[in-house]
Design a protein around this ligand. Structure first.
Ligand code: IZC
Ligand code: ZN
Length: 433
């Protein structure tokens, strides 16, 4: 690979570092501890952050090497770590605007799914699509994520629902991770819905997930996590436990779609199996939330989904106060949250879940990184971490949540390379090695 020049970003009005030595997601009051350096600089080399600090300190430290570096003047600009989206269904084909219209006329998400639409409709479209088509449609979404400063996304399978098609989706995610500068972290979610052919015998499908799909996905090293849609009418807590425990045996860390539509024991199960995260939690019980706090399970909250399903958002405020580490995500998917706008999610985090702008920023950086077990390498601006950085056209971090529906990201740096410069994508594909 071509040797890169060092990158020297200086004079940030606020350098939001989120520096923290605990190597654990932030909780409670610590979620507001952004560790901001006013008039701050970052020195980057070989894709890695080498130093971050006040302008004078970094200038003095690298005085003799200034002329080697590419300088980015961040005067008047806010700089944050690259944003992390820890819950997406990125790889899919088709769209569901017909269902959107049905819902506007009164049908519910679950009714549509029970009638063969919803996840089943996207599964049919995704099975039909070639891997090239899946890669191409998902690349477009990754481009949009990147332009907003999102430098890492998690991506779930679950629109294949058979070994062959789940593998195709996961292979597409792997290729996206290889070809696009945005890092894609893969989750297997064969237990996203019970296919129609198994409606009368769901246990047979669960057997397939446990005995065929999980071992093969693990053997091919196509995922790090194993997720299940634990919801009445989809997978029961007992089935979910079996699936998540099976994944653990094969080295796939558990995640769970929990208590989205009704209270169903998902939060409790997340704590019991030691899930890395429990996601949704709109209707999670008090005891479930308490159990998550004790077990250190990250709550990945998806206020865009509540917004789009016209439901009340999860109680983020209460979860933070109860000591649960909270992260936020788009839930990007064609049914319940067709968006890539983490910016809108930030705003909803404040207005619909009672979170402060500082908590929201923590929830979309370091805590989101921990929700996908990447807290040691991304999510904060600290020496040794990957140089994923965003410069915005605003000077104050609170503007990100305040002026909503707006993309404030101007320059996005991914692994030390300028990927978006002054709003224009300049480098979104990885060099072929
Ligand atoms: O395609 O509807 N909730 N899974 C669980 C989804 C929403 C995605 C979809
Ligand atoms: Zn989801």
């Amino acid at each position: 690979m071509q040797q890169q020049k060092p990158l020297y970003i200086r004079r940030a009005s606020q350098l939001v570092t989120l520096a923290d030595s605990s190597n654990a997601p932030l909780r409670g009051k610590a979620m507001e501890r952004l560790s901001i350096i006013e008039n701050g600089s970052v020195w980057v080399e070989d894709g890695t952050i080498r130093a971050a600090g006040p302008d004078e300190e970094i200038a003095a430290k690298y005085q003799t090497r200034m002329n080697e570096a590419e300088v980015i003047d961040a005067s008047g600009r806010l700089v944050t770590p690259g944003l992390v989206d820890p819950h997406t269904h990125l790889v899919y084909a088709g769209s569901r605007e017909n269902e959107f219209e049905k819902r506007l006329r009164g049908a519910t998400y679950m009714e549509i799914m029970a009638a063969g639409g919803g996840i089943h409709a996207t599964t049919a479209a995704t099975r039909e699509a070639s891997i090239e088509q899946l890669i191409s449609e998902s690349t477009r979404r990754l481009d949009l994520f990147l332009q907003q400063g999102v430098t890492t996304v998690e991506a779930k399978s679950g629109y294949g629902l058979s070994l062959e098609h789940e593998l195709k989706q996961l292979e597409a995610a792997k290729e996206l991770d290889r070809s696009h500068v945005v890092d894609v972290v893969s989750t297997f979610m064969g237990a996203h819905a019970v296919p129609a052919a198994y409606r009368e015998r769901p246990e047979v499908f669960v057997d397939q997930v446990v005995t065929e799909m999980i071992p093969e996905v693990a053997r091919r090293k196509l995922a790090e996590f194993n997720d299940v849609f634990c919801e009445r009418g989809v997978f029961t807590p007992e089935q979910s436990r079996r699936i998540l425990e099976a994944g653990k045996k094969y080295g796939l860390a558990p995640k769970i779609h929990a208590d989205e539509i009704e209270p169903y024991g998902g939060a409790e199960l997340a704590a019991e199996v030691g899930a890395v995260s429990a996601d949704h939690l709109l209707r999670a019980s008090k005891t479930g939330i308490q159990a998550m706090a004790e077990a250190g399970v990250v709550a990945v909250l998806l206020p865009g989904t509540a917004f789009f399903l016209m439901a009340e958002a999860a109680d983020g405020r209460n979860m933070i106060d109860a000591g649960v580490p909270v992260a936020l995500s788009t839930d990007c998917n064609p049914g319940s949250s067709p968006t890539v706008s983490l910016s809108l999610i930030m705003n909803l985090g404040c207005l619909k879940m009672g979170m402060t702008p500082a908590e929201v920023l923590t929830a979309t950086t370091i805590n989101a990184a921990h929700a996908i077990r990447r807290g040691h390498e991304i999510g904060s601006i600290e020496e040794g971490k990957k140089a994923d950085l965003v410069l915005y056209d605003v000077p104050d971090y609170r503007s990100l949540q305040y002026a909503y529906g707006v993309n404030h990201a101007r320059t996005v740096i991914k692994s030390g390379c300028v990927a978006v410069r002054d709003g224009f994508p300049v480098h979104s594909r990885k060099a072929v090695s």
